[in-house]
Design a protein around this ligand. Structure first.
Ligand SMILES: [Zn+2]
Length: 223
């Protein structure tokens, strides 16, 4: 630890001698730079897809003096821009039918292509999670839903374009408001299937977060 700190200080000092832009930095900017070097060196074990190892340039001024202050906060030592990689909101929807069954979808794309899933997706900017639930079901299944009720939430990790996106999956239960016979699997859904909760094999579900949510639903239905 002491050695790492010494190495970081040395590296920052060396950087300032060899980089004409950073040598013009204020004392406060140099402290930000020092923190980012210490943080980067202490977190070399994070996966390559993690923002700490993936984001290299300031999104505002484009310079390379942009680094992590923590696993979710970045700062630019040149222009002072702060950037956060907060968890993205996503919805997962459990549609129930009159027979006490729930709908699972089969994934048409990677990750987990061919495995079972719940319909849903990311919440758009400016949209409520309820609005996102209605929109996603309309887009993926061509279905209108009603009786939307919060069920549970789960943290999720999702790699897209070799970049790790951390999400908060918010799960709702609901019923169909339009005829189930009109459902058309679209988008990233290849097939829909209906299961009584006690007939679901959770090993067939792709993704730990959705597996957790469905397991919690199955457990609740056994009470
Ligand atoms: Zn910048």
């Amino acid at each position: 630890m002491q050695l790492q700190l010494f190495y970081s200080c040395y590296k920052v000092k060396l950087y300032h001698y060899t980089n004409p832009v950073s040598s013009a930095l204020s004392a406060q900017e140099q402290i930000v730079l020092l923190h980012t070097y210490i943080y980067t060196i202490m977190n070399e074990n994070l996966p390559k897809e993690h923002a700490v190892n993936f984001l290299r340039f300031c999104p505002h001024c484009g310079c390379e003096q942009f680094s992590a202050l923590s696993t979710k906060e970045f700062a630019c030592a040149r222009c002072g821009f702060h950037f956060f990689t907060n968890s993205a909101a996503a919805v997962a929807i459990i549609i129930e039918n009159a027979q006490g069954e729930i709908m699972l979808t089969r994934r048409a794309r990677d990750p987990w292509k061919g495995m079972l899933d719940l319909p849903g997706g990311f919440v758009d900017p400016g949209e409520s999670v309820e609005e996102a639930a209605h929109r996603e079901i309309r887009e993926e299944l061509g279905l209108e839903i009603e009786n939307l009720r919060y069920f549970a939430s789960s943290a999720n990790k999702y790699v897209f374009s070799n970049y790790l996106i951390e999400t908060s999956d918010i799960c709702f239960t609901c019923t169909a408001a339009s005829p189930l016979s009109l459902i058309k699997p679209m988008d990233d859904v290849s097939e829909i299937l209906w299961f009584a909760p006690n007939k679901i094999n959770t090993d067939d579900i792709g993704g730990e977060s959705i597996r957790k949510l469905i397991s919690a639903y199955v457990k609740r239905s056994e009470l």
